[in-house]
Design a binder for this molecule. Structure first.
Ligand code: ADP
Ligand code: ASP
Ligand code: MG
Length: 434
């Protein structure tokens, strides 16, 4: 019965996890505010575990320094050091928060991921959490302390520090909440919840009171950065009650009011109050398109092209194969922009000569725009409405992919904002659902 229930702040001794993002931790003034808010929750009788991000800009600053020294493509040895480096951002903000809490008269202790420990695999810069030992944290909570655990990081079996990928503090918080069976995980950020689309791009975007777990998962995986996708996966797997809310409300607002604010991620579909067919629009500028042109159309080409790409550990997203003309076909797919150069080199060196293809073409100036909604399961004509609305804006669609609850298109990057705004309007997302 824990699913989707708001925390009951008067129910003393509930274990609550708070996560604060970079902007929320962005200055000593803001850290002091976070400390006051957390102290309020602790004084209401809760056991508090807090997971902070690095102060805003810090992770970029650190990684920027590394890039100055080693602009070339990263290898495993460099990636190990990038994790050593980037993990310091959260170590600093966590210690500062503990100091601020102590200054508020609240006993507090901070731990880096390795001290907990949060055990991960060894995939530097994109490690996955494998287990969390909560003994130390529980002992401190029992002793009446607020415990702060660094976001974004862990340690592998060999004792190397690892990080969880950009935005990974969300995942740290949800994983800690799952491991400790917390009553709720509250993700405090610089917006007051999950919106129909990024409010920075569409000012008319509306906050959703609730969003289903499946929709949130699609939105996150299609590029909506308000939650890191793995945090949503964790929440689903362990049924962690999850809420996204603002850290910019006055810290001393009524705790019951605060506990009900923002957006709740729900696990039961019929509890969903807002029954829009399309709930949200996500976009992503992180991908690039690659086409292998003039490939002899015979069995095994998809395997030969994508197998080589997969062997190089490059993830592929959308895939299209054209009908063949005169025995030749074109094969296109998208990869993360960070992997683009490597994928092109690989195809030119290893695949084109073997397949006898004509050439490899690429385009990094693309974006992916997706409409997401559980209602798409039971309604037809949603994708065609999307295509019509884009065509009315004169936007050419380069690739399409669908799942049960989303439709994505690849378009020219320069039309991204226009497309998102047009779709937001076409699906009436600026209007409250009927
Ligand atoms: P934090 O540092 O707190 O983790 P992020 O910058 O990672 O914050 O995520 C919050 C940002 O996500 C918002 O400022 C907003 O611009 C962006 N965003 C993208 N899509 C959405 C959405 N659908 N709803 C709310 N915010 C969104
Ligand atoms: N500081 C890390 C980043 O900037 C992790 C996070 O903020 O969630 O990606
Ligand atoms: Mg984030």
């Amino acid at each position: 019965m824990r699913d989707g229930l708001p925390p009951n702040p008067t129910n003393s001794m509930a274990l609550i996890v708070h996560k604060y993002g970079g902007t929320s931790m962005g200055s000593t003034e803001r850290i002091r505010n976070v400390a006051k808010r957390v102290a309020k929750w602790a004084r209401a009788g809760h056991q508090m575990v807090v997971v902070p991000s690095a102060m805003s800009g810090e992770t970029n600053r650190l990684l920027g320094l590394a890039k100055e020294l080693a602009p070339a493509k990263a290898n495993d040895a460099t990636n190990r050091e990038l994790d050593m480096l980037a993990a310091t951002g959260e170590q600093a903000s966590s210690a500062l928060l503990a100091i601020a809490l102590q200054a508020e008269g609240m006993a507090s202790v901070s731990y880096a991921g390795w001290q907990v420990p949060i055990l991960t695999n060894s995939a530097y810069t994109k490690a996955r959490i494998e287990s969390i030992d909560d003994k130390r944290v529980r002992a401190d909570l029992a002793a009446g302390k607020v415990v702060i655990v660094t976001g974004f990081q862990g340690i592998d079996e060999q004792g190397n520090i690892t990080t969880l990928g950009r935005g990974g503090s969300d995942t740290s918080a949800v994983a800690v909440a799952a491991a400790m069976k917390a009553h709720e995980c509250l993700i405090y950020t610089d917006v007051d919840g999950v919106y129909t689309t990024d409010p920075r791009v569409v000012p008319e975007a509306r906050r959703l009171h609730t969003v289903s777990f499946e929709e949130m998962l699609e939105m996150a995986s299609m590029g909506s950065k308000v939650l890191q996708i793995r945090s949503v996966e964790f929440a689903g797997k362990y049924k962690v009650p999850l809420r996204v809310l603002s850290s910019f409300t006055p810290w001393d607002i009524d705790i019951n009011e605060e506990a009900k604010s923002g957006t709740l991620i729900t696990f039961e579909e019929d509890e969903k109050m807002e029954q829009a067919i399309v709930s949200g629009i996500a976009f992503n500028r992180d991908e690039a398109k690659i086409s292998v042109v003039g490939v002899p159309d015979k069995p095994g080409i998809a395997y030969q092209i994508l197998g080589a790409v997969a062997d190089a550990n490059i993830e592929v997203d959308m895939i299209i194969q054209n009908i063949s003309k005169g025995g030749l076909t074109d094969f296109s797919f998208t990869v993360n922009r960070n992997d683009y150069a490597r994928a092109i080199d690989l195809l030119k060196e290893k695949v084109v000569p073997v397949l006898g293809a004509q050439e490899v073409q690429g385009d990094t100036k693309i974006c992916k725009v997706s409409i997401v909604g559980i209602g798409m399961r039971s309604h037809v004509g949603i994708a065609s409405k999307m295509f019509r609305s884009l065509s009315e804006e004169g936007i050419n669609i380069q690739m399409i992919s669908t799942s049960e609850i989303k439709t994505s298109v690849v378009i020219d990057e320069k039309y991204m904002e226009l497309a998102v705004r047009a779709l937001h309007k076409a699906f009436d997302l600026d209007q409250p659902p009927a």
